[in-house]
Design a protein around this ligand. Structure first.
Ligand code: WAQ
Ligand code: MG
Length: 266
């Protein structure tokens, strides 16, 4: 990777409460345009009183190139069945039923004391279900990842062909790709805190990014992320450093499968 790249990170809050955040990695000539788009997103989200936009150059020697996971979409009749599908997918990835149930319960109730959503993700011991992150209110924030600039248009065109070109899908796929590339992570579970966005996913290395539609009830403002950790093969400080600091660019796409109905027997 020869070209100097810049990490753009935006976060916005109101009354001290996190509203929205987003980030990209782009060459210098795109810094102005893309940071303006991120700020516009924060404003559209509804009158933030504080917007931070941080821009920093990246050392090309520290960039890790990875391939995106395969993407599939499982359709289920209702969110309760969606949770059953998620539980089953997590177990297939080596997560215990106890750990899967605990994470689902925490995301359902709101993982922060007082029932609020977190800015980052929970780390869950894949065997015991115990929470491992040191800051239970903030969680672990995955950062410094994007599509490689040279491939970004091509990869977005492919997502667009499948009706998946929305920035929400792009960002979740890229985040899940980085999480799956991290040492000691078995799987991820996620659904949005946006009350109107009902699609969530389970990501694991074999089947990739598996969207589940719906995974939550219409109007529910709670959501979050749980990363399931294999503690035998994971040093927590190293993992958090990787998730927060390692620059990862995706320069290859996985397969994209058409939506299919989920079957309990799969
Ligand atoms: N690192 C760790 N956790 C994060 C991050 C991050 N960078 N960004 C968000 N979270 C956590 C945080 O707890 C949020 O409350 C929660 O995830 C949900 O974030 O159709 O939109 O941005 O394929 O609301 C998935 C399906 C959408 C997309 C996920 O998440 C699709 C989504 P949101
Ligand atoms: Mg959100």
């Amino acid at each position: 990777m020869e070209q100097t790249l810049y990490s753009l990170r935006m976060r916005a809050s109101r009354n001290g409460q996190h509203l929205t955040g987003a980030e990209r990695i782009v060459p210098l000539e795109q810094v102005c345009e893309v940071s303006a788009r991120l700020i516009e997103r924060a404003i559209q989200r509804g009158a933030p009183d504080d917007i931070h936009c941080h821009i920093e150059s990246l050392d090309p020697a520290n960039v890790l190139l990875c391939a995106l996971p395969d993407l599939s979409t499982l359709q289920v009749p209702d969110w309760q069945t969606g949770r059953t599908a998620a539980r089953q997918r997590l177990q297939k990835a080596g997560v215990s039923l106890k750990a899967a149930d605990h994470a689902i319960r925490l995301l359902t109730d709101g993982p922060v004391p007082g029932g609020r959503v977190m800015r980052g993700a929970m780390l869950i011991d894949a065997a015991s279900g115990e929470r491992l992150e040191t800051d239970l209110a903030r969680g672990v924030r995955v950062s410094r990842m994007d599509l490689a600039p040279s491939m970004s248009d091509r990869l977005m065109a492919k997502l667009n062909l499948h009706g998946l070109g929305h920035h929400r899908v792009r960002e979740a796929l890229v985040l899940a790709g980085k999480v799956l590339s991290a040492p000691g992570v078995l799987a991820e579970l996620c659904w949005s805190d946006d009350p109107a966005y009902l699609t969530g996913y389970v990501a694991e290395p074999v089947s990739g990014y598996q969207r589940i539609l719906p995974l939550k009830a219409q109007g529910d403002p709670r959501g979050g992320r749980a990363f399931f950790i294999d503690r035998q093969h994971c040093e927590l400080n190293r993992l958090c450093h990787y998730l927060e600091k390692q620059v990862v660019l995706f320069d290859a796409m996985g397969a994209i499968y058409p939506p299919a109905a989920w079957k309990a027997t799969e």
